[in-house]
Write a protein that binds this ligand. Structure first.
Ligand SMILES: Cc1cc2nc3c(=O)[nH]c(=O)nc-3n(C[C@H](O)[C@H](O)[C@H](O)COP(=O)(O)OP(=O)(O)OC[C@H]3O[C@@H](n4cnc5c(N)ncnc54)[C@H](O)[C@@H]3O)c2cc1C
Length: 453
């Protein structure tokens, strides 16, 4: 039995079904995907993603899952990033023919929003990042790492902050250094293509269309619109809202629910003897705000944009012309109390400041989507309590999956996939890492600079 049909639950279900196991996945909503899914906007009838989701080429397990679901070709790859300053001046960060980790050097040398001295400091810090053992930095913030390596406030605001707040959903002052270091070590330094940006061409919910058939081929089943009411070692009670609750017996349970929901359904005796359950309840969250905007004429001419020191961090073009765009604000605590009108006003102010051509465009619609519990907050405190997939001393046989368990990754689709693969491995009698797709191996020159796989 797998409780929860987010990416972690789907990943566990697919690996188990493909290994011949009969799996039942129970998902409370009428669709798969959890936080990485789509909804129909009642105001316009459009299918919108709850927020833009981006994968990088270093997300080896997530890409493997898409391959298994038969949808890997639905990902469109971008090998460059567009950084825009107030006034509209644009710098392009793109990989060159040079080997990793020097592949971005030519375009970083040309960045118009950093001074020569800032580029020198950035290069020195990247060298330090390649050499550092990130496991030694779990208890400290990335802000501490950056100040230890002489990074100035302006350089932090202009470069480090936008990368980290988008990747970790927390700013450098709060994000655990270990998580941020992982982003740069694996995403930027290991291989030339690691940081390529992958964006789904179709609504996210469509990526999971084949999952039900894969489960069914192994004799399993997908139960949508069905809530898990209670979880025991060998029994899960579910309710579809029609008729009485149903108790389902099983050999093993994978609990792939969001961390804050685990305590509501777990057998109190298991909670009392398995400290992982209490740890899940103590995990705190960080919000993300996504705003879908539609204009009467093109406003964004590049496929995406990072706004240097913007309150909006990323813009994504959602149609060929650039009339539909999606604005993303990660680590969005201060935006959560704002009304839709206030949010739209603030986002428009940024658009007009960074894309001066947008000032003449008429806004046709704006749809902010607040996700208060978008991801777990990857602070040093939370990093130290993320529980393992399996109970280390056999306190219970329940397997935990979900982006918040110990995967070594921030809260991402890759982390969620890894957790699902790890739980499936344990069910199949393997060690937790037994089904994981290996990380991208660091290039020889990156190794020479000190980067270890
Ligand atoms: C706004 C936003 C933007 C993001 N952007 C990115 C990005 O660009 N790149 C990236 O890699 N990641 C991104 N993420 C993070 C990513 O979406 C998550 O890390 C990932 O989807 C988590 O998957 P999960 O399976 O662990 O959890 P969830 O998706 O939360 O899945 C848990 C499932 O359990 C279900 N459930 C809850 N209670 C019950 C119950 N009682 N019975 C049955 N089912 C239940 C839920 O409905 C849900 O489907 C973003 C997240 C958000 C919210």
């Amino acid at each position: 039995m797998i409780a929860g049909g987010g990416i972690a639950g789907i990943a566990a279900g697919i690996r188990l079904a493909q290994a011949g196991a009969k799996v039942v996945v129970v998902e409370t909503r009428k669709k798969l995907g959890g936080r990485a899914t789509s909804f129909v906007d009642v105001r316009t009838g459009q299918t919108l993603d709850n927020c833009q989701h981006v994968a990088l080429r270093c997300c080896t397990n997530y890409l493997d899952l898409l391959e298994r679901l038969g949808v890997i070709d639905e990902i469109e790859w971008h090998d460059r990033q567009f950084w825009i300053e107030r006034g509209g001046r644009t710098s392009v960060v793109k990989r060159s023919f040079l080997p990793a980790p020097t592949h971005f050097s030519p375009s970083v040398a040309m960045l118009s929003f950093l001074s020569l001295n800032e580029k020198r400091l950035l290069a020195q810090c990247m060298l330090a990042i390649m050499r550092v053992d990130r496991s030694q930095w779990v208890t400290r913030t990335f802000g501490e790492f950056l100040s230890q390596h002489g990074q100035t406030d302006r350089l932090i605001r202009r470069f480090w902050e936008p990368v980290i707040v988008s990747a970790c959903n927390l700013g450098v002052a709060r994000a655990a250094a270990s998580s941020a270091l992982q982003v740069f070590q694996e995403g930027f330094c290991a291989a030339r293509t690691s940081a390529d940006i992958g964006i789904a061409r179709v609504p996210l919910v469509m990526l999971y269309d084949s999952a039900e058939a894969v489960l069914a081929r192994a004799g399993g089943e997908l139960r949508l619109g069905t809530s898990v009411r209670s979880i025991g070692e060998r029994k899960v009670t579910v309710s579809s809202g029609v008729g009485p609750d149903e108790s389902l017996l099983c050999d093993r349970v994978i609990c792939a629910l969001p961390p804050e929901r685990v305590g509501d359904v777990m057998d109190p005796q298991i909670v009392a003897r398995d400290p992982r359950m209490g740890a899940m309840a103590r995990i705190t969250h960080s919000p993300i705000l996504g705003v879908h905007l539609r204009f009467d004429r093109p406003v964004l001419l590049t496929p995406h944009a990072v706004l240097v020191e913007g309150s909006v961090q990323w813009l994504f073009r959602k149609d060929d012309e650039g009339t539909s765009i999606h604005a993303v604000i990660s680590g969005a605590d201060e935006w959560m109390p704002l009304s839709e009108a206030e949010i739209t006003q603030r986002v428009l102010a940024d658009l007009h400041a960074y894309l001066p051509g947008s000032a003449g465009a008429t806004l046709l619609s704006s749809r902010p989507v607040k996700e208060k519990r978008a991801t777990f907050a990857c602070t040093p405190e939370v990093e130290q309590i993320r529980p393992p997939v399996a109970a280390p001393r056999g306190e219970s046989e329940i397997l935990l999956a979900g982006d918040a368990v110990q995967t070594g990754w921030p809260a991402t689709m890759e982390g969620a996939t890894r957790s699902g693969y790890m739980a499936a491995a344990v069910v199949l009698g393997k060690e937790p890492r037994g089904l994981l797709v290996p990380d991208v191996a660091p290039a020889p020159l990156a190794r020479a600079f000190g980067l270890r796989g």
